[in-house]
Design a protein around this ligand. Structure first.
Ligand SMILES: [Zn+2]
Length: 495
């Protein structure tokens, strides 16, 4: 019986979020809890479990999984605590396991370490040695670094945006690991880095230009000499030295095949860089237009997306609506622990006066209004399609005039409508809804709203990439440097 060690540490951060995050931003599971929390779910580890259970003579060894909520930069002391716990949990199995799968995101950064995933893999190698097969999975927004490639035998990454193939990506990682272990394939990686950051509609794999890129990467996987292929667009908000877009192909020791395939992907991507920028509308203009339209209208506030690492406390769009005496009903969320706590103290049905919004990010001015507490709650909930539990903490639905706000104590992902639905609010009942996520699956909003404005609001995860103020990433970089050049260079990694 061969033993497969399973561990993980996933988080994506925004370097432009002014609030650092700590250890308690992570849901930690240990040993068989990892099985319990992932079995049957659309998560990377859920996919690995499904695949390993179909495989004879292989047995999972669950160790440690730290699943971080997207947030600001991780405090280094917290990272050290997590990485020590992870390493210690692996150390117990030294010499007793035959293969390793590590679930990572690829867009972490700490206050002192700009390649935390590379650090973790290097530490794992120090314990388990260079020879044990080790495969990782990453998000499509991951920053694949040299140190990561030097310390693993294989990589798989998401092939969808908006992301839906978490379990599938875990399955592909496990299958690659199995090939390395059983068929003795010799993984060789070719990658090409492209000095470009991208954002916007064209990255939606179902219908955008980038989808063709991914289709090609997926088609490579049908060649039995190819072990894994994909494309990273990096998380534009993780401001680290190796942030960029990149293609990668793992072949079974075929340098020509891997190089040519990775090169083709990079060369196909580069001419589309201008099209793959977000098309945004000025806040004032969007509110002016929306006020004259029939609802429901979605206002996408990607600049304050908790799923990308923002706090969710921006009231920039609401403030503009108030300024313009917006004549319709408005639904939004806002992170504000103080206001949520106060509403809980006063109770459902009470009238309260408390500032809401701009609780952390000084860019935003709190809304000083009188509110009716419509409901209070404190229940964790599951996202509609993703297998991730959200813990909003003390939550209150507050109403003031035409404004209804779900006030939470913790940031919650808004990749779907779940934050509204669990609070008995249906976006369809409102004229306007603010959606703090760059993209949602079409059935959540796009399929039925009259209009979806992609608003150019200020914030830690603005799709207006040039406005963010990168300090660490390599330059020149498009779109910050409009005339940056690209001389494709294939980098090869192998043991
Ligand atoms: Zn992602």
């Amino acid at each position: 019986m061969k033993k497969i060690l399973i561990a993980g540490c996933t988080q994506e951060i925004s370097s432009f979020n002014p609030v650092t995050c700590k250890y308690d931003f992570f849901d930690i599971s240990r040993g068989n809890e990892i099985y319990k929390f992932n079995k049957g779910l659309n998560t990377y580890i859920g996919g690995v479990i499904e695949e390993i259970e179909k495989t004879q003579n292989m047995h999972p060894v669950f160790t440690y999984n730290a699943q971080g909520h997207a947030a600001g930069i991780l405090e280094h002391t917290s990272f050290l605590k997590i990485s020590n716990e992870l390493i210690n949990s692996i150390e117990e199995h030294k010499g007793k396991v035959d293969g390793v799968y590590i679930s990572l995101h690829g867009s972490m950064a700490t206050t002192e370490e700009l390649d935390p995933e590379g650090f973790i893999l290097e530490e794992i190698r120090k314990i388990l040695g260079q020879d044990i097969p080790l495969v990782i999975s990453l998000d499509l927004h991951g920053v694949l670094t040299t140190k990561m490639l030097e310390n693993c035998d294989g990589v798989t990454s998401l092939h969808t945006y908006p992301h839906i193939d978490f379990a599938d990506t875990g399955k592909r990682a496990f299958k690659m690991l199995k090939k390395i272990m059983n068929q003795k394939v010799k993984p060789l990686c070719a990658r090409v880095r492209i000095p470009t950051l991208v954002r916007g509609e064209e990255l939606i794999t179902e219908k955008g230009i980038f989808g063709k890129q991914i289709k090609y990467a997926k088609s490579l996987n049908s060649n039995n000499k190819i072990l894994s292929a994909g494309f990273f667009i990096g998380n534009p908000f993780t401001d680290v030295p190796e942030l960029c877009s990149q293609s990668y192909v793992f072949s079974d020791n075929d340098i020509e095949l891997a190089s040519q395939s990775a090169l083709k992907m990079a060369n196909d991507f580069w001419p589309n860089r201008k099209k793959m920028q977000a098309k945004l509308i000025n806040i004032k203009k969007s509110v002016e237009l929306g006020s004259k339209m029939e609802g429901t209208i979605a206002y996408t506030d990607a600049a304050d997306a908790p799923s990308s690492g923002a706090l969710g406390d921006s009231n920039a769009i609401i403030s503009e609506m108030i300024q313009q005496n917006y004549p319709h009903s408005i639904l939004s969320t806002l992170l504000d622990p103080k206001a949520a706590k106060f509403a809980h103290q006063k109770g459902q049905g009470s009238q309260i006066t408390i500032p809401v919004g701009g609780a952390f990010d000084q860019r935003f001015k709190p809304l000083n209004l009188e509110w009716k507490v419509i409901s209070i709650s404190n229940e964790p909930f599951m996202l509609e399609k993703w297998g991730f539990l959200q813990t909003p903490g003390l939550t209150a639905v507050l109403k003031s005039g035409n404004l209804t706000i779900v006030v939470t104590s913790n940031p919650v992902m808004q990749v779907d409508r779940s934050i509204y639905l669990v609070n008995k609010l249906n976006p369809k009942d409102f004229h306007s809804v603010i959606v703090k996520s760059p993209h949602c699956e079409p059935e959540f909003y796009d399929n039925w709203v009259k209009k979806n404005f992609n608003v150019d609001a200020p914030g830690a995860t603005s799709a207006n990439v040039s406005s963010l103020g990168h300090k660490n990433c390599q330059r020149p970089m498009f779109p910050m440097e409009k005339n940056s050049k690209f001389s494709p260079k294939v980098e090869i990694y192998r043991k």
